[in-house]
Write a protein that binds this ligand. Sequence first.
Ligand code: ZN
Length: 325
Amino acid sequence: MTAQTEGLHHVTAIAGDPQKNIDFYIKGLGLRLVKKTVNFDDPGTYHLYYGDEAGSPGSLLTFFPWQGIRSGKVGTGQSTTTAFSVPQGTLGWWQDHFKAIGVESSIARASSEEERLSLRDPDGLQIDLVASSLTDPRNPWDSASVPAEYAVRGQHSSVLTVEDPTASLETFTRDLGMKILSETDGRYRLSTHDGEPGTVVDLVTDRRGERGLVAGGTVHHIAFRVPDQATQELWRQELAERGYAVTAILDRQYFTSIYFREPGGTLLEIATDTPGFDIDEPLLELGRSLKLPPWLEPNRDAISHAVAKINVPDENNPSIATFLS
Ligand code: ZN
């Protein structure tokens, strides 16, 4: 088929202390915690999902916070930067906002169409805010921490760093249907569409770079969108026929997933847009209580005791957010 995906679905990264993670992403980046659940493959730890009001595909950044985990190493074979889309002319506001909470950041002009603010989260994860001249029609989460006029619109792009881009380019163009929009000094801009925010992968060549190590403060995998499970099954068959070691379809409760590795080393996922985050709690209450999939519900007591106590700030609640602002 060589179909196209709709763009980025989510990025999943590894953190240390869950409370620092929650405070940074809710109060610092102004995202909404849309699900507080556990790692289905390791139910003694959280899986925290942040995004826009509803946790729309393409807005999501998720974390496995393992208290005390050692720091990873940023390098080749992984996603090295997670970039979010913000409106043009807002980077100065963002820089002041981060300064006020003790986070250093720097602004650079990547091209005539694009400016970036670069910073690190409490675990050292590289986060960029991209102000692009391409319009981003997505509605932001209007939180008490970050007013809507400045707020994050969703993912902009992921930077993948590879030692040799040749095989990765084949995967992204031939097998995932992405287009190469530009190339400068071994940095390739790829897009599932025409470079709109949320559709972009920047593949960066670093021939002498050391191999990265996935642990605290690094990205675990990035996921692309497909509308539903029927489309996902077609992708799974196609990828398997092309020789990728692709997993079975896994039930992640809020979407279903398949995983495979691109030749440069980064773990990729294809995730469905459905059923979404309001499947087990109302939109107004997203992120408020610990949610478990049906197969873990019988172990709720043990799981509740195993995970750390965390406090979700009031800014996560829409009615209080409106009241405070
Ligand atoms: Zn994922």
